[in-house]
Design a protein around this ligand. Structure first.
Ligand code: GLA
Length: 794
């Protein structure tokens, strides 16, 4: 809901309120963002006071010696009028100066959300969202700034964006234009970001806000695995389930810039938008009548959309706002809110070394275990036998696949499985037909040799011919071979960031991303049945822009479950489980050499869109049984895993991670209890369930899983009457065919009691193995299924 009276805008969602006012000089002054306030709440107690003239201030207007922009909470600010904080806009104005002072002109409130030209955005029906558009102007320059606020009432999200127009005869050059600016009083905030690199994405880091500017940004050309664009501000005492948390994210896949600044009067300025790094965009003298202007481009610049949410129910409350919002107002296509298929991907099984027979065998084995989709990864085209050649040439390699893709897809479909295919269309190898035909299509700085990343160059997506080539090439394959799923990869950062096709080189990074969106839109919008999973060496482009096209993203090349506990945990603060690709792979793990139980590999991957990525041929018969049961279990609870309410447990010990998913009526839940490194003689474990109905009675039962004999090595002598060589043939064979059942616990309890904590059985500690001992050790885990009794009986 959006109300305006007495110069005050009141934006409300179900649980939050966002208020700001027009000051007597026309600036937009922020009043409040937090828990919902009734409309009749008097504004006076919330206003920032201006009772005294604060020292060392530049006064905006001689008529009021207490009106100093530097000490005000502002929705927007300029340069040159006394606000010395980080500016949301740095523009060389038509008069040649940097001075900009945008003040209120008018506003309008409309139902729904207007699309942004050339950029993806959130969406909602007229009933689901309302948009406030405020027009401001800078008097001396004839420049107009529009601020947009879209309120998603049920989702408790407000989105922000800005656009600027030059109506002057002289050009105006934008060097920085944020999507949002907001100032709030400090509350001892912690600034929380999700950082990392390849195979260690989205590790959560936090630091206390301190005086000055702290920045969360990327300069790689994409949203990056270095710093996800999303970040949080949490009050000092916030926990997973209590306290004030604000969250911010950007619907954008290019270089982003998020900054928080603590000013000398304890105001926190928050900004988010396109990174000003190497950015320059000149808006020409424009009469708004030429062809480009009819679309509104040449004299106008539009920022991507920023999203904001607030919760007084801690990090989990905030995450749930984001999760619901993304599932309902970001993800599109036929796959919106639809259960995602279980995948077998051949990459970690064979890398580049495969042929039709190997693939079909893998698919057959997978089908037997219950897998629903076969994904053919890298290496099926051109001369792609390693990563030095072939990118750009998407003609099938008939040595590996003599019958071609059509034949393979048919065979897979005949097995009653879906068929998916990998592409990396934004890239090119120098050793490719495409490069030989069009070397000028690769990014290159004139007179310099281009820098390689993973032996490849980046195609110039600012060039319309390149975009057309990609669209034609990819769609031809998609349509001919009836492909159900595409993995769209992007495996390096951008270098040599320049193009002959852009008006000024400061436009390059933004034009590149707009080019990518154009391609994705042209390929996938007309083919909504295709499930697109985007990927960038794992989670190097895990952002809301990509999610507008790809309902899920390959979270990380790292499938080691212990690493995934950190990675998926980090991603879960900002994005729902339905968006995270999560696979079970081999152990010891290819990147960490960590040897983890197959049960834990599954238990972690189940909190996402499940897949398998290993050579199933090498699973023993007993491992195959285990995987089959995993898949059956996942199918039974898939909806809860992918779309249930996800709650992170409070981390009470460094070596424990607890996750919960609960369906919307709190009837069924699954909790994961994970142990990273064990300690000798572990203490009692109490599993505190979350999200249940306190009044309902539930059954709780451990998911049955196996413990393999090989885990015990020489220790088997304690349970066998004869002494056997732990590395010998008998035990190795036995391990293939037999396993022990892990301890199963079974209880009945009220939600209230489960949420106060279920006392679990003791862990194994060397002296007393029996069937009631939990065998966790290093990297052990269990899933617990919670079912409401009344519900089951109905
Ligand atoms: C990237 C992806 C992997 C795989 C390889 C193929 O690294 O993240 O999943 O597709 O490329 O080359």
């Amino acid at each position: 809901m959006i109300n305006f009276s007495n110069n005050i805008f009141k934006l409300s969602t179900d649980k939050t309120s966002y208020w700001f006012q027009i000051t007597k000089f026309g600036h937009l002054e922020h009043i409040y963002y937090g828990a919902y306030l009734p409309e009749d709440q008097p504004v006076e107690p919330l206003l920032h006071k201006r009772a005294a003239e604060l020292g060392s201030c530049v006064i905006y207007d001689a008529s009021d010696d207490k009106y100093c922009l530097d000490n005000m909470c502002l929705e927007w600010s300029g340069i040159g009028k006394g606000d010395y904080r980080n500016t949301p806009a740095e523009i060389i104005m038509p008069d040649g100066t940097y001075t900009a002072d945008f003040v209120y002109d008018e506003h309008k409130i409309t139902d729904g959300f207007d699309i942004i030209r050339d950029l993806p955005s959130s969406y909602g029906s007229k009933e689901e969202c309302k948009t406030l558009e405020i027009t401001m102007h800078d008097e001396s320059n004839d420049a107009g700034l529009n601020l947009y606020y879209t309120v998603y009432e049920k989702a408790n999200v407000i989105t922000r964006r800005a656009s600027i127009a030059n109506r002057n005869k002289s050009p105006m050059t934008i060097r920085k234009l944020m999507s949002m600016n907001m100032d709030i009083p400090n509350d001892g905030y912690r600034f929380i970001t999700f950082d990392g690199g390849w195979i260690k994405e989205a590790n959560k880091h936090e630091r206390k806000l301190s005086y000055g500017i702290q920045v969360n940004s990327s300069t790689t050309g994409s949203s990056s695995n270095r710093h996800n664009p999303g970040f949080l501000l949490a009050s000092e005492s916030a926990t997973e389930s209590t306290g004030n948390v604000y969250g911010f994210n950007l619907v954008y896949s290019g270089n982003h810039y998020g900054a928080v600044e603590l000013s000398n009067h304890d105001l926190v300025r928050i900004q988010l938008g396109i990174n000003p790094y190497c950015f320059e965009w000149t808006l020409e003298d424009c009469d708004f009548k030429c062809d480009e202007c009819i679309g509104g481009d040449c004299g106008r610049f539009e920022t991507p959309e920023a999203i904001m949410s607030y919760s007084d129910e801690g990090f989990n409350g905030l995450s749930q706002n984001f999760h619901n919002f993304i599932n309902n107002h970001i993800v599109r296509s036929d796959w919106k809110n639809k259960e995602r298929p279980i995948v077998i991907n051949n990459w970690e099984a064979y890398f580049f070394n495969f042929n039709t027979e190997k693939l079909l065998n893998l698919a057959k084995r997978a089908k037997k275990l219950g897998v629903e989709m076969f994904v053919l990864d890298d290496g099926w085209f051109g001369k792609r036998d390693n990563d030095k050649a072939g990118l750009g040439d998407y003609n099938v390699n008939t040595k590996k696949l003599p019958g071609g893709l059509i034949d393979l897809a048919k065979k897979i479909h005949k097995m009653d499985m879906k068929f998916g295919l990998w592409f990396e269309p934004e890239m090119i190898n120098e050793d490719s037909k495409l490069y030989r035909a069009h070397p000028e299509w690769a990014l290159k700085t004139p007179e310099k040799k281009s820098a390689l990343g993973r032996n490849q160059l980046v195609l110039d997506l600012c060039n319309p011919d390149v975009r057309d080539y990609i669209v034609e090439n990819v769609t031809e394959i998609l349509d001919s071979a009836s492909i159900d799923y595409v993995k769209w990869d992007y495996n390096r950062h951008i270098s040599d960031a320049c193009s002959p096709c852009v008006k000024e080189q400061g436009r390059f990074f933004h034009e590149y991303i707009k080019g990518l969106y154009d391609i994705l839109d042209r390929i996938f919008t007309p083919r909504p049945h295709i499930l697109l999973e985007s990927c960038s060496s794992g989670g190097n482009r895990f952002d809301l822009g990509m999610l507008c096209y790809s309902p899920q993203i390959w979270t990380s090349d790292d499938t080691d479950p212990i690493e995934r506990l950190r990675i998926q945990n980090g991603i879960s603060y900002l994005y729902p489980l339905s968006t995270m690709g999560a696979h079970v792979s081999e152990a010891p793990h290819v990147q960490t050499l960590r040897d983890t139980p197959i049960a834990t590999r599954f238990n972690v991957a189940a909190f996402g869109c499940l897949g398998y990525e290993l050579d199933l041929k090498f699973l023993s018969s007993v491992e195959q049984k285990e995987v089959k049961e995993q898949i059956e279990f996942y199918k039974q609870y898939r909806k809860v895993f992918q779309y249930g309410r996800f709650l992170r447990g409070e981390q009470f010990k460094d070596n424990k991670v607890v996750w919960h998913v609960v369906d919307k009526d709190s009837k069924t839940g699954i909790s994961g209890f994970f142990q990273t490194l064990t300690t000798a003689s572990e203490g009692f474990d109490r599993l505190r369930f979350m999200g249940l109905d306190p009044e309902k009675k539930y059954t709780v039962k451990t998911r049955p899983q196996r413990v393999f004999i090989k885990r015990f090595g020489g220790l088997v002598k304690h349970i066998l009457p004869v002494s056997l060589d732990p590395g010998g043939l008998i035990l190795r064979e036995a391990n293939k065919h037999y396993s022990m059942n892990d301890c199963i616990e079974d209880y009945t309890a009220y939600g209230k009691s489960l949420m106060s904590g279920l006392m679990l059985n003791n862990q194994f500690e060397g002296t007393n193995y029996n069937e009631n001992t939990r065998l966790l050790g290093d990297y052990g885990s269990n899933l617990y299924i919670v079912d409401a009794i009344d519900y089951k009986n109905k």
